[in-house]
Design a binder for this molecule. Structure first.
Ligand code: SAM
Length: 280
């Protein structure tokens, strides 16, 4: 089943949190000269036109990126992320939202590598087209979970793996844990970031428990909720679970999340959280 299209959701509050974390991790890895691999297992189309029928139908970006991108009180932690958003929106008009592959493309250096997989028959060619002229990159129409076995460990033993499935299938909640375990077995020093939506809190609690049971240490959880938990349909919060986070990430997210919450949720409901699932 591949009915999920990220074009309906691009630039929403969940993307803002996800891509803030993504850009901070990339910037931290760039502090060392040695090349690293950026592996995006569920990459999407890459670029999203915010005037499209899909984006206009939901209008989700209006309560996401549109609320923050031109603020003049923006915290320094958003600088790298905003430099990517601005690079695709010259002229002060918010036209495109860059997905995770384009944010990575903007921030990575000449010596780094980008490997991306996407399965959707419409989104895969769009993504491939974006990267035709980028010789640091490889775009495959292949299963993202499989990459956690076949692409790891990276050549230079440095890597950031973003796992961002649509959770269309209930089995995704288990598949991500198994995928991480497979990846970690091969490459225990990599930085892994797993995105999750909170639709039913119980699903996330179960997923976190299964992650704890893997015995993997150094797992940080970052979350921003725009509503209180609910058992009705719909996403009330989203987060990133980061294994082996760069040492500054906890402090950076503690600094920036309250600001993001204030700006994204002016009603003041919901919550933010930065805490360890398992510390050292
Ligand atoms: N990471 C993107 C970003 O931040 O811009 C968004 C990705 S979107 C949430 C999830 C994507 O995963 C969808 O485009 C979907 O087609 C794709 N997908 C679903 N199952 C997949 C699989 N098993 N392997 C690779 N891609 C998959």
């Amino acid at each position: 089943m591949l009915s999920y299209r990220h074009s309906f959701h691009a630039g929403n509050h969940a993307d803002v949190v996800k891509h803030t974390v993504q850009s901070l991790i990339i910037e931290a890895l760039k502090e060392k000269e040695k090349p690293f691999l950026y592996l995006d297992t569920h990459a999407g189309a890459g670029r999203y036109f915010l005037g499209s029928e899909h984006a206009e139908k939901t209008g989700e970006y209006l309560e996401g990126i549109a609320r923050i991108w031109q603020r003049d009180d923006m915290p320094a932690e958003l600088e790298a992320y905003m430099s990517a958003v601005n690079a695709y929106n010259k002229g002060g008009y918010l036209k495109y939202y860059p997905g995770s592959p384009l944010i990575a493309r903007h921030l990575l250096r000449e010596q780094d590598q980008l490997h991306m997989t996407e399965l959707h028959p419409t989104d895969y060619p769009l993504l491939r087209h974006e990267f035709l002229k980028d010789d640091r990159s490889k775009v495959l129409r292949a299963d993202g979970y499989q990459q956690l076995k076949s692409q790891l460990p990276p050549l230079h033993r440095r890597g950031f793996i973003l796992i961002d499935p649509p959770y269309e299938l209930k089995t995704d909640y288990q598949a991500v844990v198994q995928g991480i375990q497979e990846g970690y077995k091969r490459f225990a020093t990599g930085v892994y970031a797993l995105w999750y939506p909170v639709v039913l809190r119980q699903q996330i609690k179960r997923m976190v428990k299964e992650l704890e049971e893997t015995g993997i240490r150094r797992i940080l959880q970052i979350e921003l909720a725009v509503q209180p938990d609910s058992d009705r349909r719909g996403m009330t919060a989203s987060g990133m679970i980061v294994i082996n986070p760069p040492w500054k990430l906890e402090q950076q997210m503690n600094a920036v999340l309250p600001w993001l919450h204030r700006v994204l949720v002016p009603e003041g409901i919901g919550h933010t959280k930065v805490s360890w699932i398992t510390p050292e």
